[in-house]
Design a protein around this ligand. Structure first.
Ligand code: ADP
Length: 355
């Protein structure tokens, strides 16, 4: 891995302490390419979400089933395109980002729902690698009507993981931000190194427009030992309460401190803590907090964390402050847990923006 590593980024992304300056490049101020009249903003470029998409069969049940030999009626069922990166892409698209998903997908009949649903949301899958003999990952989700909890039973994906060669087919000039789900860790680390190299090359000729990289540290499954390998590479690192518990970190403060030991100095760390909201630490150590925005009734927590990530990436990519970004994340994720699915989130966003 080491031999492919470029020099470190010459352009860093730093929050000015105590100011309302954007964590990242301004989206509205056009970046004028030197020597040309071409101007680009982050909103002209795409946000890419890399990971897997799962075909979820979601049953809303009146109570969590007991182990009895009886049939129970589920008052509500829907098919859902799930998977962390896939859910994050959904939130990005709903909020208005030009969004692409990258992963391996099945073109089998059973998985056509997943492919069609990306298209329905306007999420590009143009660079996905398609397999026709395989079904892709499947999951059954039980959403308990009494408390919104979700119990997920899933199959391992029969699809190969995305390869470095698949990733290298991308033209990175098309993207302002790439978010990686924390899986396929060793390969994702190589992908991020590629992005670093590409960013380094942008420093000559034109005003740099680096691609920002975020990663969500996921509760490790197959890659138990390796998950932290991606933390030092990303500009923004997302961590959830679930992951913190897995790592035996107690509370937000300990989680921030523990993750800070693994990330690069210019990185931002964002920790979600369920109904307590979210906390973020900027590269210069400033900590900002957002409360949660609980709905009247918690209906479904499925995809809350991924929705939060999508909203935060959207907001940072638009040039907003870290505090504004995590606040929007909590508002959108809070609204999400108050509804089945995500169809109402566009309206929620419109209201938040006062439109
Ligand atoms: P995950 O879904 O990955 O386990 P969390 O449970 O930490 O992630 O939730 C992510 C975000 O969703 C939180 O930061 C919060 O803003 C929002 N959220 C989750 N559960 C609730 C809840 N019961 N009420 C309000 N907001 C919630």
């Amino acid at each position: 891995m080491a031999e492919s590593r470029c020099l470190t980024l010459s352009s860093t992304f730093v929050i000015e302490q105590g100011s309302q300056t954007s964590a990242f490049l301004p989206a509205d101020d056009s970046l004028q390419a030197a020597g040309s009249d071409q101007s680009l903003t982050n909103r002209d470029l795409k946000v890419l979400s890399v990971g897997i998409a799962v075909l979820d069969s979601v049953y809303v049940v009146n109570s969590y089933p007991v182990e009895e030999d009886v049939k129970e009626l589920a008052p509500y069922h829907r098919w859902h395109r799930g998977g962390n990166a896939s859910n994050t892409a959904t939130a990005l698209a709903i909020l208005g980002a030009r969004t692409e998903f990258l992963g391996t997908l099945s073109s089998s009949k059973i998985a056509s729902f997943v492919v069609d649903d990306f298209a329905r949301r306007g999420i590009s899958t143009e660079h996905c690698v398609m397999y026709d003999q395989l079904s892709g990952p499947l999951a059954v989700v039980l959403t308990n009507r009494q408390n919104g909890s979700r119990t997920i039973i899933h199959t391992d994906s029969d699809l190969p993981e995305l390869s470095l060669e698949d990733f290298r087919r991308l033209d990175l000039s098309q993207y302002s931000w790439i978010h990686f789900e924390g899986r396929n860790v060793q390969t994702v680390a190589r992908m991020i190194e590629d992005v670093d190299c590409w960013n380094d090359r942008q420093t000559t000729g034109v005003k740099p427009m680096p691609v920002r990289v975020s990663v969500e540290l996921e509760r490790p499954r197959a890659w138990q030992e390796e998950i932290m390998a991606v933390a030092p590479l990303a500009d923004v690192v997302f961590v959830s309460k679930d992951f913190a518990h897995f790592m035996k970190w107690e509370g937000v403060d300990q989680t921030l401190a523990a993750v800070a030991e693994h990330v690069k100095p210019s990185a931002t760390i964002i920790v979600t803590w369920g109904e307590q909201g979210a906390v973020a630490r900027s590269p210069d150590g400033v900590v900002v907090k957002s409360p949660s925005f609980p709905p009247e009734e918690v209906l479904e927590t499925l995809a809350a964390g991924d929705t939060f990530v999508g909203a935060v990436v959207y907001s940072l990519n638009c040039g907003n402050t870290l505090l504004d970004a995590i606040t929007l994340g909590c508002q959108i994720a809070g609204a999400k847990v108050g509804m089945y699915g995500v169809d109402g989130l566009q309206e929620v966003h419109r209201k938040i923006m006062g439109k």
